[in-house]
Design a protein around this ligand. Sequence first.
Ligand code: KQY
Length: 363
Amino acid sequence: MTRPLPSTPAADGFRMPAEWEPHAGCWMVWPERPDNWREEAAPGQAAFVAVASAIAASEPVTMAVSDGQFERARAALPDAVRVVEISSDDAWMRDIGPTFVIDGAGARRGVDWRFNAWGGLAGGLYTSWERDDRVAAKVLEVEGDGRYRAPLILEGGSIHVDGEGTVLTTEECLLNPNRNPELDRAAIEAALNVYLGTEKVVWLGDGVFEDETDGHVDNLAAFARPGVVLLTWEEDPADPQHARSADALARLEAATDAHGRPFEVIKVPAPHPPAMTDEEAAGVLATDDAIPRRGGDRLAGSYVNFYIANSPIVYPLLDPERDDEAGAILAAAFPTREVVGVPAREILLGGGNIHCITQQVPA
Ligand code: KQY
């Protein structure tokens, strides 16, 4: 692996761009582990092919695949998708890939965060994550980009930036003692600003109810542009998600961004029904290495878990009764872009959604 750079992005004049800034491409990882993806991952793989195809319409997509799955992935994916062999423990490129940063002169580098499978042995999702922790370095080797090895345990899905100095995150995840127990809020803010080139951290409280990432922000809220945040919203006060979204709304209404602007918040209805079926759970192999799946398990579905490609917004289709309404809200929030829905329940069954399985490479 290339030697990590001895400095930091902020010291070198680099910043994480907003997702809507131009992309050179997108990285994903092919799903295969049978103790997370039902029916030996076949339905999940079909969903990943659909996401990759939608994104590949406007930017190059690279799929990281194990040797054992190479031929299957190559046959299933369109020719436009580049398939490369990289080992991993699962398939969440947002969380295990590099967070790319750019400078004003057109240079690009990547931040390689430490990774502990969403909480290590204190609530994490699998028992061994060394291969995942090496993925970011390998992606940066392929891209030929310099690497900052950050001292922080962090997943890319736990942060969103507006590209103008603001980073959005949640206390449930970043202040969780299963990530960086030696760091307090101020130290985490300082580390975020140094590695993302930001100036202000806006803290939301809890993420989506029963989100197994400990409340990643990318399932709760997303910037549509500086000063405008899309927030997943549950109207029913009896549903545990209602209080979580209401708290996020109150915090956003009381906050300002790095430029002192108040936030406009756009509510996006949460999809229903939110549970795994017995049949879906039965298709997942039970092992000692991953958390068990049971029929009736609440699913942390959210339409804000979308990807902003060079042209379309690629968003998850999760509930026939609400998909169109969510798509119309996204279309209004991104008036210059096409909005493309992809059936995504199979990704949700694995524990995340479209934003969690993608990682943009800025141009
Ligand atoms: O970013 C994510 N949502 C990752 C979820 C990991 C789930 C593993 N079962």
